[in-house]
Design a protein around this ligand. Sequence first.
Ligand SMILES: Nc1ncnc2c1ncn2[C@@H]1O[C@H](COP(=O)(O)OP(=O)(O)OP(=O)(O)O)[C@@H](O)[C@H]1O
Ligand SMILES: [Mg+2]
Length: 247
Amino acid sequence: MGNVVIVYEGKAKKLFDLGNGVARLVFKDEVTAFNGARREVVPGKGVLSAKISSRLFEVLDDNGIPTHYMCYEGGASVRVRLAKAIPLEVIVRNYAYGSMLKRMPLLKKLMKLSKPIVELHFKSDEAGDPLILPEDAVEAKIIDWSVWDEIKSLALKINSILTSFFERRGLKLIDFKIEVGWVDDRLVVIDEISGDTIRVIDEKGEHLDKELFRKGASGKQLLEAYKRLQMIVGEPERVCSNADPQS
Ligand SMILES: Nc1ncnc2c1ncn2[C@@H]1O[C@H](COP(=O)(O)OP(=O)(O)OP(=O)(O)O)[C@@H](O)[C@H]1O
Ligand SMILES: [Mg+2]
């Protein structure tokens, strides 16, 4: 493993190129909110997020959604296909929350939307991940219209799958964010789907997601919620059988 190359380090994860189109995503113990303005190290968070994300990608894969996920390596590591990331964040909303309430103050928090909304943001820390129109992404040549159609239908399909998955477990899926990229010429879901990227509440309205941290909860309280979320989604089933993907 002497030739493992780090491709990228963000606030939440590190990505390593393992060769042959395979990569390792390592989840950090760090939690950040408000674009890094609030930050805390929470030991154990990386392992929980890696497990939650792995399990949710398995659920998507079982339902025919193309993803980068290969297997759970153990600890905080997930083996994925290296993709060419598309610099967009795709958000699906079922209930009004977060930035949607700010831009449309007539909506009340947790109001059920008449139908799910698929929203695009340009993934750029400098620009502050701004909300954009699909037209903007097309004009900027990030995607073309046929890819937008594909992204939108993929996002809505994922929403149906995850909504019923959580519903069966007594949780309500408020909204979530996905990222997409290209593996060969196929559009696939990349990155993570975890407590950091979804909003889910229980029957009492308690969050099992990063909203807790945004609202001022401690890292320890966040960890307790992520433990619960991990228990509810279950353990990853596809554990990598070999330590070295090249062997
Ligand atoms: N399979 C993949 N192939 C290539 N890049 C990927 C893959 N999965 C995730 N990525 C990219 O790896 C990065 C993961 O790092 P991380 O989420 O920590 O950083 P970030 O999203 O750039 O910034 P932030 O700290 O705001 O989350 C993201 O940029 C994501 O788009
Ligand atoms: Mg990220």
